[in-house]
Design a protein around this ligand. Structure first.
Ligand code: IDP
Ligand code: MG
Length: 149
């Protein structure tokens, strides 16, 4: 089954939105397989956002993501990557649809609350970057048979 990495970013943690954001993914039907509250190191931030190196917002992005603890969640499910991205909404919250996390709760691209992996391959890689194998649970929920066909 597909995996995706969700980061509840510093602004969401500071604003007390962890529960609301996590609840949206849970209600969507995605299964939590890993979860922790952590401070991202500069080194880990650089690796996670390596694809944005050289862009004008890169330095600010690194400062932002290490500026406070974050909640990191590994999710599993049918089309987990695309489903989570739809639930998150467009990168710039001012353009994000109502009903999405960013469309409901944010206004600016530099404070867009949440990260979600953008491809199946990156989902797998990012989960492995943030979680050791023993931090991930292989389990079946009682409700899985009512969510996964
Ligand atoms: P995504 O989070 O929707 O996948 P990306 O394009 O991968 O968006 O950008 C990663 C993160 O970098 C964004 O979520 C946002 O925090 C930040 N970012 C992207 N573009 C800008 C910008 O133009 N100004 C400030 N921050 C930006
Ligand atoms: Mg991205």
């Amino acid at each position: 089954m597909e995996r995706t990495l969700i980061i509840i970013k510093p602004d969401a943690v500071q604003r007390g939105l962890c529960g609301d954001i996590l609840g949206r993914f849970e209600r969507r039907g995605l299964r939590i397989i890993g979860m922790k509250f952590m401070q991202i190191s500069k080194d880990l931030a650089e690796r996670h956002y390596a694809v944005h190196e050289g862009k004008p917002f890169h330095a600010g992005l690194i400062e932002y993501i290490i500026s406070s603890p974050v909640a990191v969640i590994a999710l599993e499910g049918t089309d987990a990557v695309a489903a989570a991205r739809v639930t998150i909404g467009a990168t710039n919250p001012s353009a994000a649809a109502a009903g999405t996390i960013r469309g409901d709760l944010a206004l600016e691209v530099g404070f867009n609350l949440v990260h979600g992996s953008d491809s199946v391959e990156n989902g797998r890689e990012e989960v492995n970057r943030f979680f050791a194998a023993e931090e991930l649970q292989h389990w079946t929920r009682a409700i899985d048979r009512w969510i996964f066909e």
